[in-house]
Design a protein around this ligand. Sequence first.
Ligand code: GUN
Length: 292
Amino acid sequence: MAKILDGLKVSKEIKKEIRADVDKIVAGKRRPPHLVAILVGSNGASMTYVNNKIKDCKEVGFKSSLIKFSSTVSEAELLETISELNKDKDVDGFIVQLPLPKQIDQEKIIMAIDPRKDVDGFHPENFGKMALEMDTFLPATPFGILTLLERYQIDTKGKHCVIIGRSRIVGKPMSILMGRKDFPGNSTVTLTHSYTPHIEDFTKNADIVITALGDPNFLKGEMIKKGAVVIDVGITRVEDNTEKGYTLTGDVDFESCKEIASAITPVPGGVGPMTRAMLMKNTILAYKTSVY
Ligand code: GUN
């Protein structure tokens, strides 16, 4: 039976550490860090994510602001808001919740964010720095996974890490970070995606499997090697007859994989809360590198 990698517990520890840091800042008569979130439209998952980010800010003692736009907002309007936030000395970091409506060019929006305030780590300048092992904001989900591996002292050196999914938010940056020279890295990485034939041929040979494809219960126990470490980034709302009307379901078939794996993240309570904590970490980093 695999060890459960308790992201909820670790995220609480991290938020406590950040809170202690903020308390010291405020006791020194300085203003607290300030995070702004931009939400466009009313996608249920996006609204939940953003509300949780605002809740986290309160918990760690940050100032937070939420800017909401209707789904019909123009690209120009959004760019104008970003330009204002870039200039605003009271704002340390901001995020534009993705995905954005079709009429808006996502890359144009990301490119407009001042890289020093890009606490999502999505700007190409920050992505490039990440790839080159320079100090920068790491995207929150991969950063959360690394931190979870680190806190559970999971050895990644020389291991074969198979990642499923090549999104700009998770799979792609994760594939770079796992191969970096700093701990936890130094893995040999295989990045698989929708055009990879017979994914199980890869996952069966993996010491670490990271799934980020959004296909509920995709990874079965028979697809992994005995003792593998399994990290589940997937979190899909699967509609059912429960009170909420859906159940959050990961990419990993937890029941069959937990019998084979040596360590596994649950959904919910694994990677999700770690992602949230890392956004707080990036925001205090932005504060410290701008205000002081
Ligand atoms: N949509 C899904 N995950 C994320 C994230 O980490 N940041 C932003 N801005 N949008 C997202």
